[in-house]
Each structure stands twice: as structure tokens, then as C-alpha cells.
Design a protein around this ligand. Structure first.
Ligand code: GLU
Length: 445
């Protein structure tokens, strides 16, 4: 069996960490099994769907490296939905209902008032042909419900949640199509999963009830249902995530210097029993992917954790991955030198500025003579090897200084700072001329 998964966003907005995680797990599972990953644009809702969001979704997935093997669009498949609708209707699985929203609301209120679950009473099924003709003559257009099979309990073995069971009679026959002919999500999705050979539906646990209903749709179509994996939703470190999702879209994260590899590494493992590991190459994450590692508890998304993973990713990024984001003139050696000190790639510019100068060093105080000595040595040492080691070794022998007293005045004079990248990597970048000038001018106060 070739595994086929799909990510099915509605293009009514941009992606955020919550649905990126769903996309990622679909992609990882397909890749782990040598299968296919589909992008399905759920754009049946013409009013709320926008082309710019379709483009943004594609671009975001590409940026993350989650390349779909194939793309489908629901809006191109209306004729197909019509055909299946007609078949299901002819077989008695779909029926017209005429209640207005207000009537339905009232029915629900009455049931609730009696302490009963607000399940649709199927009054529309009792209508005669004459009743329907009269209603339609009055201009009432029907909406359409899928008739659940009450005789068969709905069961499936969820790949994350384990055995699931629903009693159909405790659920309302779902409305699948509105009076204006537009589709609700449920039936087109089941038709697509069937037609596209989807073997595994991986989505958030907010879809568990939909799955119960869709399993009956697969049965009505006479086809086997795919396997399902419903993952626990993401929550923020301080509770609900939904309110802040706008700030957790790809644009915002990219704007904060978050790398796609960091998002992938964190979201691959969030909510699982496996540790978060900052892999630049997702292959080991994919190889270790298994629904068995997923927990039932909500997964906590913490931006600080993402920032930490990001730093660990940045420390490993090869020069080619970042070259177009580095300041002009910054080469591979410079990137290697500053990379361990960065939290974001953009921070490289700051260190490049330190290399190029000018730097403002603090007044040397009693270190002035020491720095004069250092400047003289910097003029005479061999710069071709490891000038930092050569210089500090010579200074140590000449002055007897060691540790902080040996190194810190030099770092200050050369970079203007107390901390920063390894001086052994930085000094060759600063170079002889600038180093001598900085030591001289700092010595002079
Ligand atoms: N368009 C649906 C959503 O975004 C798809 C759900 C599914 O994966 O079936 O919620």
C-alpha cells in the first residue's frame, strides 16, 4: 500500500504554528513511508476563500521545505460532488430539510430545556411529497442532510487516540449542503479522500466528531475509510493559543529571525514523548516519526523554546544557506567565526560591523602600557597562522599576565566589547592593519 496523506487548509487565512504542525506531520508520515503528500485547497466557500491566501499557503509550505507531490482544489471538483450527491440521494442517504435557522434554534432550545441533547429530530423525513411540493411552491428552498445509520455503532482505532466509539443516534444528521447549493466541508472532503486514495487522515482532534460522521459517508459510498490520527491541539505556554495565532504565522516568525528548520524541528516533536532535537536536516526526524509517540495531552507551544531551538539551528547552518542574508564581504570564514554567537542569522551583521569597524573601546586605564606592548607585538608577529594564539602567547611570556588580565583588555580594544565570538576566529578577520590601529588608539586612550 502506498501511503497517501493530505494537508487540507481552507484558504481563508494564512498558516500558523497550529496548522503548520498538522501539515508537517502529514508530510513526515508520507516521507517516512515512501508515500505521497497532497496539498488540497479546501475552497468550497467562495466568499471566504481568497487567492492570496492560496498563494501564501503554497509559499509558506515551500519555505518550510514541505513540498507537496501534488495539489488539488475543491473548487475544481464541484461536478464530481454533484454526481456523488445524486448517487447518495438516490440511495436514500441524503434528504432535503426545510427548517429555517430560527426553527432549528428553537428546537434545540426546547430539547436543552428538557435536559435532552440537542439532536435534530428528523422532522423533514416525515414530510410527504405533497408537503415538500407545498413548501417549495412557497419558495422555501431545502438544505440537505446526510442520514446517519443509527443501527451501526461508529468505531475506529485512532492512530493517536486509540479505540473510538460514537452512537449515531446521539448525533444530528449533518447538514452537508446549504439551501443556496453551496457545500459544507464534510462530504466533499470524504469524496476527495476517497477519490485521491488518501490512506491516512492526520488532523487536529477538533475533527474527531467529523470523523465519526465521515466514516458513515465512506460506508454510504461503499468504500473503505482511511486510517485516522487526531492529534491533541497546541496550547500556548500561558493557555489558549488561538488568540495569538496571528502573531504565530510564518511571516511573523520569519520576521523574528526564526529559521524554517527550527520550526520543523520543534513542531516535529512537540506533543510527543521524544525530545526536541535541533536537526538542520529533517531526515532523522522523519526516520523516527511514529504516531505511537504522540500523547493525548495538549501540546504546549512556547516561543522561548522556539527561539532556543532556532539558536541551535543557526549555529549549524552552512554558509551557502545564509550567504544572501549576510552583509556584503562577509565570507565563509567570517560566518564560521560568528555563527556560534548568534541567535538569529541577522545578528551576523553586528559582528561584521565589529570586524570592519570602527569600534569604540572603553578607556584602557592601567592597561594602556599593556596595549602599547600588544600593538608592537601585533606589528611583528606572523599573521599567516593563528595570530591570536601567537600574540597572546608572546604577551604572556613578555608580561606574565594570564587569564582575564591577558585576554580581556585585548578583546575590548579589538572589538569594543567584553564578550563575543572566539577571538582566534575573529582576529584573522579583523586583520593586521586594523588590529594594530585599534590597539594603538586604545593604548593612547
Ligand atoms: N479544511 C478543513 C480544515 O481546515 C480540513 C480538515 C481536514 O483535514 O479534513 O479544518
Amino acid at each position: 500500500m502506498t501511503v497517501i496523506t493530505r494537508f487540507a487548509p481552507s484558504p481563508t487565512g494564512t498558516l500558523h504554528v497550529g496548522n503548520i504542525r498538522t501539515a508537517l506531520h502529514n508530510w513526515m508520515f508520507a516521507r517516512a513511508r515512501g508515500g505521497k503528500f497532497l496539498l488540497r485547497i479546501d475552497d468550497t466557500d467562495a466568499e471566504r476563500s481568497e487567492e492570496r491566501f492560496v498563494d501564501a499557503i503554497r509559499a509558506d509550505l515551500a519555505w518550510l521545505g514541505l513540498h507537496p507531490d501534488h495539489e488539488e482544489r475543491q473548487s475544481a471538483r464541484f461536478a464530481r460532488y454533484e454526481t456523488v450527491f445524486a448517487e447518495l440521494r438516490a440511495a436514500g442517504h441524503i434528504y432535503p430539510a426545510y427548517e429555517s435557522a430560527q426553527e432549528l434554534d428553537l428546537k434545540r432550545k426546547i430539547l436543552r430545556g428538557r435536559g435532552l441533547p440537542p439532536v435534530y429530530d428528523r422532522a423533514a423525513l416525515a414530510l410527504t411529497d405533497a408537503d415538500r411540493a407545498r413548501l417549495e411552491a412557497e419558495g422555501v428552498k431545502p438544505h440537505w442532510r446526510f442520514r446517519l445509520d443509527h443501527a451501526t455503532p461508529i468505531v475506529w482505532d485512532d492512530l493517536i487516540r486509540g479505540p473510538q466509539r460514537f452512537e449515531a443516534q446521539t448525533m444530528s444528521d449533518p447538514v452537508i449542503r446549504r439551501a443556496d447549493g453551496s457545500w459544507l466541508y464534510m462530504l466533499p472532503s470524504a469524496i476527495d479522500d476517497r477519490d485521491m486514495g488518501v490512506t491516512h487522515v492526520v488532523r487536529g482532534e477538533d475533527h474527531v466528531t467529523n470523523t465519526a460522521l465521515q466514516l458513515q459517508m465512506f460506508a454510504a459510498m461503499g468504500v473503505a475509510a482511511p486510517a485516522f490520527a487526531h492529534e491533541a491541539l497546541l496550547t500556548g505556554a500561558e493557555g489558549k493559543l488561538s488568540k495569538r495565532l496571528g502573531s504565530l504565522g510564518i511571516d511573523a516568525l520569519r520576521g523574528e529571525g526564526i529559521e524554517p528548520e527550527a520550526i520543523v524541528a520543534l513542531l516535529a516533536r512537540l506533543g510527543t514523548s521524544q525530545p526536541v532535537e535541533p536537526h538542520v536536516d529533517p531526515a532523522p526526524l522523519i526516520a523516527a516519526f511514529d504516531f505511537a509517540h504522540f500523547g493525548r495531552a495538549p501540546a504546549k507551544f512556547d516561543e522561548r523554546e522556539l527561539a532556543q531551538v532556532n539558536a541551535r539551528i543557526v549555529h549549524q547552518l552552512p554558509f551557502e544557506r545564509v550567504v544572501d542574508r549576510l552583509p556584503a564581504g562577509m565570507d565563509a570564514a567570517a560566518w564560521q567565526a560568528v555563527r556560534p554567537n548568534l541567535e538569529q542569522v541577522a545578528g551576523a551583521a553586528e559582528w561584521w560591523h565589529v570586524v570592519e569597524g570602527p569600534v569604540a573601546a572603553p578607556a584602557p586605564g592601567e592597561d594602556a602600557d599593556y596595549l602599547r606592548h600588544a600593538a608592537a607585538l601585533a606589528r611583528s608577529i606572523d599573521w599567516s597562522g593563528d595570530p591570536w594564539h601567537t600574540l597572546t602567547q608572546a604577551l604572556k611570556e613578555a608580561t606574565g599576565r594570564k587569564g582575564k588580565a591577558l585576554f580581556l583588555p585585548l578583546r575590548r580594544a579589538l572589538t569594543g566589547l567584553d564578550h563575543g565570538p572566539d577571538m582566534a576566529a575573529l582576529l584573522p578577520l579583523i586583520g593586521r592593519e586594523r588590529a594594530v590601529a585599534r590597539l594603538d588608539s586604545n593604548a593612547a586612550g
